[in-house]
Design a protein around this ligand. Structure first.
Ligand SMILES: NC(=O)C1=CN([C@@H]2O[C@H](COP(=O)(O)OP(=O)(O)OC[C@H]3O[C@@H](n4cnc5c(N)ncnc54)[C@H](OP(=O)(O)O)[C@@H]3O)[C@@H](O)[C@H]2O)C=CC1
Ligand SMILES: Nc1nc(=O)c2c([nH]1)NC[C@@H]1CN(c3ccc(C(=O)N[C@@H](CCC(=O)O)C(=O)O)cc3)C=[N+]21
Length: 306
């Protein structure tokens, strides 16, 4: 189907709407002396991260949020990284911190995520933050998970009682999606590599989310006619001529003939993920402002913004 087919659930318009809201919120916060600033931490070189960070920088600029990339060599020790994070926690000009994954194997990612101050955790991966979604507090959730749910909502389907299947149960994507959907009233089945028949579950789904990291895992015969398919996978594929292209986890060419909605890759979940990161940056900033008011009894900032 051509890319203007309405069955394509495109991320661009959803992202643009979110970024416009971010821009309005960021401009008024800046005018009131609370300038939002997002710091991205990268350790080592990972191609998938480069695309994400490039888009973060471009969209932060559109959204009126300052952006700084801190890039560290792969040999950085966990202690050095924690020290850098503690410095950012203490710096009032830094209002949001994101650690790009993956980090090299010698760095314990869970401990590093926990080192970010929960008020500056714009990804919602600090244990205190991720716990909130279990308590139905959904305003700051891991970005890709929130983006995927946002795209399902763009179909207009009623999430209450919807049969949803999530393929993949990672901490950063599959599990948070399952919690967000449960909070919205959906009936959620979670599949993983030990699931006896992913196909048998997937075929029952009104909405099928896929975050596995295997190109074309989901074929047309695994999809219920009329379903919404949210393809979260981002996989680099090398073509015969040596060039590379990005494909998702869903065999889009065959599934598009069966599904009523399908997110393209690229152009689906990815752009919305970036927009949600910026929205989360504003949610975090507002929490910091609320604490500031409670502590000092004023919303006037006590130091000059640079
Ligand atoms: N669009 C975006 O913004 C983002 C996209 N991604 C992409 O999403 C994909 C998944 O990422 P992420 O969740 O971090 O990946 P992980 O590798 O952390 O998780 C993959 C999940 O898939 C499960 N799995 C593996 N093989 C199968 C199988 N054959 N059938 C069913 N389940 C299987 C694994 O189960 P088990 O643990 O039991 O082995 C695991 O839960 C990747 O392509 C990644 O690039 C990731 C982050 C952001
Ligand atoms: N802590 C952490 N959180 C993440 O969410 C995370 C991460 N680390 N590490 C890397 C992966 C990958 N990821 C992408 C998000 C958006 C695009 C994106 O914007 N993609 C565009 C591509 C556009 C282009 O090619 O320029 C699209 O799909 O249309 C890509 C990749 C987030 N990840």
């Amino acid at each position: 189907m051509p890319l203007d087919d309405t069955r394509y659930l495109k991320g661009g318009p959803v992202a643009a709407r979110i970024i416009a809201e971010v821009r309005a919120a960021a401009d008024s916060a800046t005018a009131e002396g609370f300038r939002p600033k997002l710091v991205s931490i990268t350790v080592g070189d990972v191609a998938a991260v480069d695309v994400y960070v490039r888009n973060q920088r471009a969209k932060a600029e559109l959204g009126g949020i300052d952006f700084e990339e801190r890039r560290f060599p792969a040999e950085l020790t966990a202690g050095e990284l924690e020290a850098a994070i503690h410095g950012m926690n203490a710096d009032p000009r830094v209002t949001g911190i994101i650690i790009q994954r993956p980090v090299p194997p010698h760095i314990p990612i869970k401990a590093i995520q926990a080192a970010i101050h929960p008020l500056k955790d714009v990804e919602g991966m600090h244990p205190a933050s991720i716990g909130n979604i279990v308590y139905n507090e959904l305003d700051l959730a891991p970005c890709t998970a929130a983006a995927s749910v946002e795209l399902l909502k763009a179909t207009g389907l009623d999430l209450k009682g919807l049969e949803v299947v999530m393929v993949g149960h990672s901490e950063i994507v599959g599990k948070p999606i399952a919690f967000l959907l449960m909070s919205e009233g959906a009936t959620v089945t979670v599949c993983h590599h030990m699931t006896r028949s992913v196909a048998a579950h997937a075929r029952r789904a009104d909405a099928l989310f896929v975050a596995v990291g295997k190109p074309r895992l989901i074929k047309a015969d695994m999809v219920k006619p009329g379903a919404a398919v949210i393809d979260i996978g981002i996989n680099a594929e090398t073509l015969a001529d040596g060039s590379t292209r990005i494909v998702g986890d869903v065999d889009t060419d065959s599934v598009k003939e069966v599904a009523s909605w399908i997110t393209p890759v690229p152009g689906g979940v990815g752009p919305v993920t970036v927009a949600i990161l910026l929205r989360n940056t504003m949610v975090a900033l507002n929490r910091q402002r609320a604490l500031y008011r409670e502590t000092y009894g004023t919303s006037e900032r006590q130091f000059a913004a640079e």
